[in-house]
Write a protein that binds this ligand. Structure first.
Ligand SMILES: Cc1cc2nc3c(=O)[nH]c(=O)nc-3n(C[C@H](O)[C@H](O)[C@H](O)COP(=O)(O)O)c2cc1C
Ligand code: SF4
Ligand code: SF4
Length: 260
């Protein structure tokens, strides 16, 4: 079983490739959380994987909470791996994830990071088409290598791009960053065509399209940025700077494939 969390498709595409290469099933963490599906029984020899994006040099809170609360039944010692997708570097993301697993009595055998296009358009402009294409091509090769390692059940094997000052960023900058990220800064412009896409794809279920316009209803936002990146007419903005910025969606979602 491979559990994944994804806002703009990078982690979904990575998880799907790994699931196909390993012959494992896929499960969307956002959906599992909303449906209260927190129990799984591993078959003998079945691997357990987690694929998720890096948010401010740490795993998304929803992923950490899910892992801590997962009720897992198994015989023997299951092989457990994790893959985080990022725009550039991950700091202590994998250590934080490993600790969360350990709190649930589980041991991480291997961990990897994959650099993919950065979807954080509330902070930076979207990357150029050329850079996006280069990153996606390189990510495919990285995933091929990861597949080889996992197929051989390599244990105690970690290949993550921590970046400079990763420890400080994950422990000091992350809490400040997370506190500053507020769903109330999202708003919709008159360009909205009332298609309902933002409500359908929101990973926390906190958008309700009311009278043809989205309303951010609860303070449970995952800051996955699916809404702002995937609105077909770029009608969603965040603060003052996103109007002039591009948007990012992985090709797997552009072709109409969704995780819903
Ligand atoms: C709120 C937020 C914070 C992010 N922080 C980081 C970061 O610390 N380091 C990094 O390399 N990328 C960061 N990113 C970029 C994403 O990790 C990256 O684009 C990821 O592959 C997106 O995955 P998804 O398409 O599955 O949602 C951040 C993105 C968001 C939305
Ligand atoms: S996805 Fe965009 S156009 Fe569609 S309802 Fe939401 S804001 Fe409006
Ligand atoms: S409101 Fe937007 S950023 Fe927040 S969880 Fe929903 S889709 Fe993600």
């Amino acid at each position: 079983m491979i559990y994944y969390f994804s806002g703009t498709g990078n982690s979904y595409a990575a998880a799907k490739k790994l699931a196909e290469g390993l012959g494992e099933d896929l499960m969307d963490i956002a959906l599992a959380v909303r449906e209260g599906n927190d129990t799984y029984t591993l078959e003998k020899g079945e691997r357990l994987g987690f694929v998720f994006p890096v948010y401010a040099w740490a795993p998304p809170k929803v992923v950490i909470d899910f892992v801590k609360n997962l009720k897992l039944y198994y015989t023997g010692e299951p092989y457990i791996f994790a893959v985080c997708t990022c725009g550039s570097s991950v700091g202590k993301t994998m250590d934080i994830f490993e600790d969360a697993l350990e709190e649930n009595g589980l041991v991480l055998d291997s961990g990897f990071s994959v650099v993919m296009p950065d979807n954080c358009v509330i902070l930076f402009d979207a990357e150029t088409k050329e850079k996006t294409a280069q990153k996606l091509e390189k990510a495919e090769k990285t995933l091929d290598n990861i597949l080889r390692a996992i197929r051989l059940n390599w244990s105690g094997f970690f290949r993550v791009k921590r970046g400079k000052g990763g420890s400080l960023l994950s422990t000091v900058v992350n809490p400040a960053f997370t506190k500053g990220m507020k769903p109330k800064a999202f708003y919709v412009t008159n360009d909205c065509i009332g298609c309902g896409q933002c409500e359908r794809i929101c990973t926390s279920g906190c958008i309700a399209v009311t009278a043809g316009k989205p309303v951010w209803t609860e303070d449970t936002c995952n800051m996955c940025l699916a809404c702002i990146n995937r609105c077909p007419v770029q009608a969603i903005q965040y603060g003052k700077k996103t109007a002039k910025r591009g948007r990012y969606i992985h090709p797997i979602y552009q072709t109409g494939e969704t995780n819903k």
